[in-house]
Design a protein around this ligand. Sequence first.
Ligand SMILES: [Zn+2]
Ligand SMILES: [Zn+2]
Length: 103
Amino acid sequence: MEVLAALTRLQEETKCPICLDNLKDPITIDCGHNFCRSCIQQSQADLQEGFRCPVCRQQCDEGHYKINTQLGRMIETAKLLHLSGRKRKRQNHQGHYLRPIQE
Ligand SMILES: [Zn+2]
Ligand SMILES: [Zn+2]
């Protein structure tokens, strides 16, 4: 079940560390961490000077935020996978056999 394990991990990666929900309009800041755009804007409103990443505490420059549309699409895809994966049937390994090659 490596696919499911990877999927679970992917879903963890697509969570916002501030609101703990799926990232909305994800942006990537200087240190490489991702947050919702609205979460970052709210966090910034509390601070008069500079912004520190809530995860790694690195000071990040406001002008360096990058809107991460690729991650946004990945999150949408992960949601679809999650829905379709719920009713997955358990696979049976006994259904196959090999025929010996005859010469
Ligand atoms: Zn958020
Ligand atoms: Zn960080």
